[in-house]
Design a protein around this ligand. Structure first.
Ligand code: COA
Length: 344
């Protein structure tokens, strides 16, 4: 009797996407041989959905396989396949975050860089996409490595790609400033929160290394033009985060997101950070509108928003995947006109 892995290997040599029902049925039988939460079986179950073009179903299965501690050769493949599926369903930013957190691996080599280039291109950063692809290609060239790398670097530095500059904004209660590497403890504290890792790229139960990688990713936000990621400081200590995201800037909308580390809550930090970021964004970036997506249960967040002057505009049903569930979101907004007339 062949082992389970051998049966899986045989399955993939004969899998036929022209006969989806049969293909899913055959994999279902193989998956049923393993416990329901077996990460290898979850990965294979995700892969067959992905193979048959059912990316929306595959994404939470890949995430569950990873969360259940998928190891070995399947882990790096799950990361790449998950990122590719995210890109295919129109979420290149999530794909970029995932691939930047896992730059390469012995099993998949530089494949992550190829998918990263594709995702960057979809996210509206063609020069950065070309730079990533060329830098990776340069590593394999027998001649001209240095020249190709330098030309690639010039692309990133070209004027149309000027990185955003994250300013320091001082107010009476908090200072918003660029992230520093000594902010790792705040990230580690935030990573123990049950909610923050579901809505941000803060890893669950971060280590020093993965918290540092989170901080590096915040610098990337400015480099790629995605937006401004601020560390929130109070009494000389990093107490949280606030992001000012420009994804819909061309359509006149800027979106904000924030967290306060668990040990520093209930002291008005989120309210003060949101107030400072709101004023700065309206006065400097001058978008017609600022907005926030907040889950209805999250009274701490929407009370902060309302205190700053955001208005609840409606309920977006089943709006967003949070963890493994689609969740409703309140849409909170403030217009430039409302900001100006209220003199917030
Ligand atoms: C939501 C969150 C940002 C609030 O941070 P905070 O620094 O404690 O907020 P503040 O101290 O400024 O308090 C904001 C308001 O909410 C209230 N509040 C705070 N926590 C609350 C809670 N758990 N339940 C109900 N109200 C709460 C405060 O009393 C205050 O209201 P008030 O001004 O009317 O008294 C923080 O709990 C957090 O980081 N949660 C996890 C991540 C998250 O949910 N981010 C927001 C995503 S939209």
């Amino acid at each position: 009797m062949p082992s389970w892995d051998e049966q899986i290997a045989l399955f993939w040599t004969t899998a036929d996407d022209a006969r989806p029902d049969e293909t899913v049925g055959a994999m279902r039988e193989l998956v049923a041989q393993r416990p329901a939460d077996d990460p290898d079986a979850l990965y294979e179950w995700a892969s067959v959905h992905d193979y048959l073009g059912m990316e929306t179903e595959a994404i939470p299965l890949y995430q569950t396989a990873l969360d259940h501690g998928l190891t070995g050769d399947r882990r790096p493949q799950a990361i790449i396949q998950l990122a590719s599926s995210l890109r295919n369903i129109g979420d290149p930013r999530a794909a970029i975050d995932l691939l930047r957190a896992h730059p390469n691996d012995q099993v998949t080599g530089d494949a992550s860089q190829a998918f990263l280039a594709l995702a960057l291109r979809d996210a509206g950063h063609p020069d950065e996409a070309l730079r990533v692809a060329l830098v990776t290609l340069a590593r394999t060239l027998p001649l001209y490595q240095g020249a190709v790398k330098n030309y690639a670097q010039d692309l990133a530095d070209s004027p149309q790609n000027d990185p955003l500059e994250v300013p320091t904004i001082c107010t009476e209660h908090v200072t918003l400033r660029p992230w520093r590497s000594d902010d790792v403890d705040a990230v580690i504290d935030a990573s123990s929160d049950p909610h923050i890792p579901n809505i941000t790229t803060v890893p669950k139960n971060a280590t020093q290394e993965s918290a540092q990688a989170f901080i590096e990713r915040q610098y990337e936000r400015a480099i790629t033009g995605a937006g401004y990621s601020f560390a929130v400081e109070a009494n000389s200590e990093c107490v949280g985060f606030i992001g000012v995201w420009l994804r819909d800037f061309d359509e006149g909308r800027v979106t904000l997101g924030y967290w306060t580390r668990p040990g520093a809550r209930g002291r008005g930090h989120a309210t003060a950070a949101l107030s400072a970021a709101t004023a700065w964004a309206f006065e400097t970036l001058q978008p017609p509108r600022l907005q926030l997506y907040i889950e209805p249960w999250n009274a701490g967040s929407w009370r902060a928003a309302e205190r700053v002057g955001f208005e609840r505009e409606g309920l977006l049903r089943s709006w967003q995947l949070v963890g493994h569930e689609r969740r409703d979101m309140y849409m909170y907004g403030m217009t430039q006109a409302a900001y100006t007339s209220a003199n917030i």
